[in-house]
Design a binder for this molecule. Structure first.
Ligand code: SF4
Length: 391
């Protein structure tokens, strides 16, 4: 306690986990140990809340939204809904503590057919329509823009995530973004193949909007041969490389993801080197299968976590140097030195049948808090002997 009626606090910041200083660097560099005033404590609290929010947003496309959703629900609306349903959907959206995570489902088509995709289909490519928006969708965009401006005026901080096959291909992308004023939203997050950004003019248009846009793209492998095979699109590797360069020039922040499936597992070290050459520290996510994915797609792509763990162990220095973090990898299968890099995601309980959760997970303190455990498809394929509550 300090004098003059003002309370002060003794503060000591100590990394709790060996190898964790990266996580706490913000605190160690920006703050100090010693005596803090109430105001400083409050400022630090706010800083920490923002940091946690930022971390939640860093933890992966689904994972980040679901993790954040654990304390701040993700509200979803569909721009293709009929007028009445769309307005009803918006009316039901309420911020939580002045914050809003809004998922906007955009009508669109994807130009890839990744071998692990939930929308995996065999057949000719679907023609992409980026320009012919339906009148109902355009009307919904106008309603949404005015609603977002109202939210902003009322002091709500909104983050938007545009979803669907590839939102950058949506004919509603331009109508939605061109009249969105930058201060109205804190972020517009878009997961995309990046194909559209391979055209430098489109990247300049998106960057020129002056919005807080962040893109997520995926590198499927280290070479044209492997990337194109996994994406099932000839030229996809060249497109993503061009897109990354164009976005950099246009000032659009991009994060890079890599999804580990059977076809690219052994190429992981080279993929990491390629990402580093391109100037990125990728998230490394595991394909998990799950009830939304056709069983044949799961069987074809699942990789035993033990094989993944062995690969990490064999390339420890490279992994530490080049990986941003891991997603969808249970803590108990990561090598000890890599556990601080894991953000396992919490998807909410899957619709796997009751009783399909391994006994080890049911007894694990991480279960349904920071780890969702393996999917039923995974356990059916590889059993559950490798899972055990981490020490
Ligand atoms: S035992 Fe199950 S819940 Fe616990 S960390 Fe491992 S996979 Fe996750």
């Amino acid at each position: 306690m300090g004098g003059g009626g003002k309370r002060t606090w003794q503060v000591r910041i100590t990394p709790r986990i060996p190898g964790e200083p990266g996580f706490l660097r913000w605190a160690l560099e920006g703050a100090r140990c010693g005596t803090w005033t109430d105001e400083e404590i409050l400022a630090a609290e706010r800083h920490l809340a923002d940091l946690l929010l930022a971390l939640a947003f860093r933890t992966g496309m689904e994972g980040q939204w679901q993790q954040e959703g654990a304390r701040l629900p993700v509200r979803s609306i569909d721009l293709e809904d009929g007028e009445k349903a769309f307005r009803r959907g918006l009316d039901a959206v309420q911020p939580t503590d002045g914050r809003l995570l809004l998922e906007i489902r955009m009508p669109s088509q994807c130009e890839q057919e990744c071998i692990f995709c939930v929308g995996n289909r065999d057949g000719p490519p679907v023609p992409v329509n980026r320009t012919d928006a339906k009148p109902g969708g355009l009307a919904n965009c106008r309603v949404l823009l005015s609603w977002l401006a109202g939210m902003h005026r009322s002091g709500t901080k909104t983050r938007m995530m545009l979803t669907s096959s590839d939102p950058l291909n949506s004919p509603l992308l331009e109508p939605l973004l061109k009249d969105l004023a930058a201060p109205v939203v804190e972020e517009v997050f878009i997961a995309t193949t990046g194909i559209r950004m391979a055209d430098a003019r489109d990247a300049r248009w998106l960057g020129g909007l002056g919005l807080p846009i962040r893109l997520l793209m995926t590198l499927h492998g280290p070479t044209e041969e492997i990337h194109d095979f996994v994406a099932r699109r000839s030229g996809a590797f060249r497109e993503v490389v061009a897109a990354l360069g164009n976005c950099r020039e246009a000032g659009i922040p991009v994060e890079l993801n890599h999804v580990v499936v059977r076809e690219n597992l052994e190429h992981l070290p080279e993929t990491l080197r390629t990402a580093a050459r391109l100037g990125f520290r990728p998230w490394v996510s595991m394909f998990l299968g799950g009830d939304a994915i056709p069983e044949a797609v799961s069987r074809r792509n699942l990789v035993p976590f033990t094989a993944f763990g062995k690969l990490l162990e064999a390339h420890r220095d490279l992994v530490l140097e080049t990986v941003q973090d891991f997603k969808h990898v249970p803590e108990c299968v990561l090598p000890g030195w890599a556990r601080h890099m894991g953000t396992y995601g919490y998807f909410g309980r899957r619709r796997d049948p009751p009783g399909s959760t391994p006994g080890a997970c049911r007894d694990c303190p991480r279960f349904e808090t920071t780890c969702m455990g393996p999917t039923k498809s995974y356990v059916d394929a590889f059993g559950s002997a490798e899972f055990h509550p981490p020490a």
